[in-house]
Design a protein around this ligand. Structure first.
Ligand SMILES: Cc1cc2nc3c(=O)[nH]c(=O)nc-3n(C[C@H](O)[C@H](O)[C@H](O)COP(=O)(O)OP(=O)(O)OC[C@H]3O[C@@H](n4cnc5c(N)ncnc54)[C@H](O)[C@@H]3O)c2cc1C
Length: 402
């Protein structure tokens, strides 16, 4: 029998993880990334629970730890920078607002690509424009390369997946959580520390500053979508985005001026609506979806990376365990969907509860944080920020590879 070939779109977290496992099961993966080169941007992401176990099974956990951001925990602060409440980083696989294992998204993607580059073909600067499914495989058209046939195609190209759109059209719902976030890297100063600092200003605005391991600060500004101007986040040019952020945050207080100035000069400004992907099914014919393309839970869930790692691991394992890809796709969805459902169920009011509109609302939010972080309430605060990252029994596919 010839080696089965799979085309995977997206070289971030889900794509290279799937390629790693499929290669171990004897497949020949090709990963296609739309960007002209590896995208190294992105901020602190959590590797938790079952996601962390997947990295252990890939012998990657120590490399992730070595590249960890060293974030000590989360401090909520007032306009003078004084702590209102603090939640130290988790000490277990899953717990805490800051996970015990935090890494920059670009660093994790780089580790995954480095781990697979000797066995997996990576192609950059192209994208799929057409898919024709037949009993013999999928005939794929590209924006630049000539048509090519694969046994399967897997879309791992993120929340806005255009590969998914070719097959599912409007069937997949992307629900807005009513907020947008702009991220960028800014200069670190002597006043910074290794805590994630979170400041809420009236008007539903938040400013977040987080440390990294390379001597800069990863900043983000979040605001209600209904206060945004000039179309969707994706439609605005970086200059339009900057002008809008100035209008929204000029009077926000605390470090707003410094962050706005940093964003004016940053070359990695990245803005996105916070949303979730709800797909009625994760495959159609020979096309399957994985990671954010299938079930984005949004950055506020703290689960996006763990879902991508777990989903890719299970999808590959099911493909190795079944002769018929349809059984494999069914197995993948049966095992992973309950996990996704829990991750997408955000606590009531999130994210808006953490972004109060009125001055009184900010006061009540801060009071709640004080209570949640007090020794009297014990571990409640940690539980509040602990997503359901370990709520899946990971299948063991070790007997299927050498
Ligand atoms: C540049 C960037 C920065 C991010 N920053 C953060 C962050 O700061 N905090 C956070 O919580 N999450 C961030 N994320 C999202 C986070 O990586 C995901 O939620 C999670 O890890 C799941 O990963 P994924 O591989 O499923 O999707 P993603 O990480 O979204 O990766 C999708 C990949 O597909 C590529 N792609 C898009 N369209 C196509 C196409 N048509 N054909 C081929 N390739 C395509 C993209 O360039 C990207 O490399 C970021 C993602 C990216 C791409």
């Amino acid at each position: 029998m010839s080696t089965p070939r799979v085309l995977i779109t997206g070289a971030s977290i889900a794509g290279p993880t799937l390629a790693y496992w499929l290669h171990r099961y004897g497949w020949q993966p090709v990963v296609l990334e739309r960007a002209p080169a590896m995208r190294t941007g992105g901020q602190n992401i959590d590797v938790r629970g079952a996601g962390r176990e997947v990295t252990r099974r890939m012998s990657l956990e120590d490399d992730i730890r070595a590249a960890s951001t060293g974030e000590r925990g989360t401090r909520f602060i007032d306009s003078s920078g004084t702590s209102i409440a603090r939640f130290p980083a988790g000490t277990s696989d899953s717990a805490g607002a800051s996970a015990e294992l935090e890494i920059l998204r670009g660093d994790l993607a780089r580790l995954l690509v480095d781990r697979t580059i000797d066995h997996v073909e990576y192609r950059f600067g192209d994208q799929v424009t057409g898919l024709v499914d037949s009993t013999a495989g999928v005939s794929v058209s590209f924006a630049h390369a000539p048509d090519e046939r694969f046994d399967l195609v897997v879309a791992a190209d993120g929340i806005g997946s255009s590969t998914r759109g070719l097959v599912f059209g409007d069937e997949v719902e992307i629900t807005s959580l009513g907020m947008e976030t702009a991220w960028a890297t800014i200069t670190r100063t002597d006043a910074d520390d290794d805590w994630w600092r979170w400041y809420s200003a009236p008007g539903g605005r938040t400013i977040n500053l987080r440390p990294d391991a390379v001597g800069t600060i990863r900043a983000s500004l979040s605001y209600p979508s209904d206060r945004a101007k000039g179309g969707t986040a994706e439609q605005r040019t970086p200059d339009q985005q900057r002008a809008m952020l100035h209008e929204l945050f000029d009077d926000a207080g605390w470090e707003a001026d410094r962050v706005l100035d940093g964003f004016d000069h940053a070359d990695d400004l990245y803005c996105q609506m916070l949303g979730q992907v709800h797909a009625p099914r994760w495959s159609q014919g020979r096309l399957a979806l994985v990671g954010d393309a299938a079930y984005c839970a949004s950055p506020v869930s703290g689960m996006g990376t763990s879902l991508a790692l777990v989903g890719a691991y299970v999808l590959a394992g099911e493909l190795a365990a079944h002769v018929d890809y349809r059984d494999a796709f069914a197995g993948y969805e049966r095992i992973v969907r309950p996990y996704v459902d829990q991750a997408q169920k955000l606590p009531p009011g999130v994210p808006r509860i953490a972004a109060p509109r009125s001055r009184a609302g900010v006061g009540i939010f801060r009071l709640g944080l004080r209570v949640a972080s007090s020794p009297l309430v014990g571990k409640l605060g940690e539980r509040l920020f602990t997503p359901p990252a370990d709520q899946i029994e990971l299948p063991d596919y070790a007997h299927l590879y050498s």
